[in-house]
Design a protein around this ligand. Structure first.
Ligand code: CU
Length: 152
């Protein structure tokens, strides 16, 4: 019984972590900002739920607005386009938002971002709830699959 009591005590101390296992996870978020006005945020969305979930939008006090973007190649040129319908992650799957692909675009930064700064973003998954996660500015990171195409 001693073990059970301890487990219950630990669970009581970690209610947020316990709940998070059932929901959407934002993994390994980092930001890149090469000018004082805009930044891009990259991350992995992990859907630990039994239903499909759609990332509909993002809010942050670090910028006037946050948009979901992707890069599409047209006639050999990579262009950013807005994802108005959001990003749907099927039940139990992950979706990587990486340089050269889908990303969060922060427009109108409320203050310039320096290497190592951290910002808080709130992710709106509609019926699947909201999740808050930190992103740390790392302009040196080069994990891109299509890094040479990334405009920011
Ligand atoms: Cu963008």
């Amino acid at each position: 019984m001693k073990t059970l009591t301890l487990a219950a005590a630990v669970a009581a101390l970690l209610p947020v972590a316990a709940l998070a296992h059932d929901g959407m996870h934002i993994n390994d978020a980092y930001a890149r900002s090469t000018n004082p006005k805009t930044a891009a945020v990259f991350l992995q969305l992990a859907n630990h739920r039994a239903v499909d979930c759609t990332l509909k939008g993002i809010t942050t006090d670090a910028a006037e607005r946050a948009e979901l973007h992707t890069h599409q190649e047209a006639e050999g040129v990579m262009r950013m386009t807005r994802l108005d319908k959001g990003i749907t992650v099927p039940a139990g799957e992950v979706h990587d938002m990486v340089r050269g692909g889908d990303h969060v675009m922060l427009l109108g930064l409320t203050r310039p971002l320096q290497q190592g700064d951290s910002l808080t973003l709130t992710y709106d998954f509609g019926d699947c709830g909201t999740e808050e996660a930190e992103a740390v500015v790392d302009n040196a990171r080069t994990d891109a699959t299509h890094g040479s195409h990334a405009g920011h």
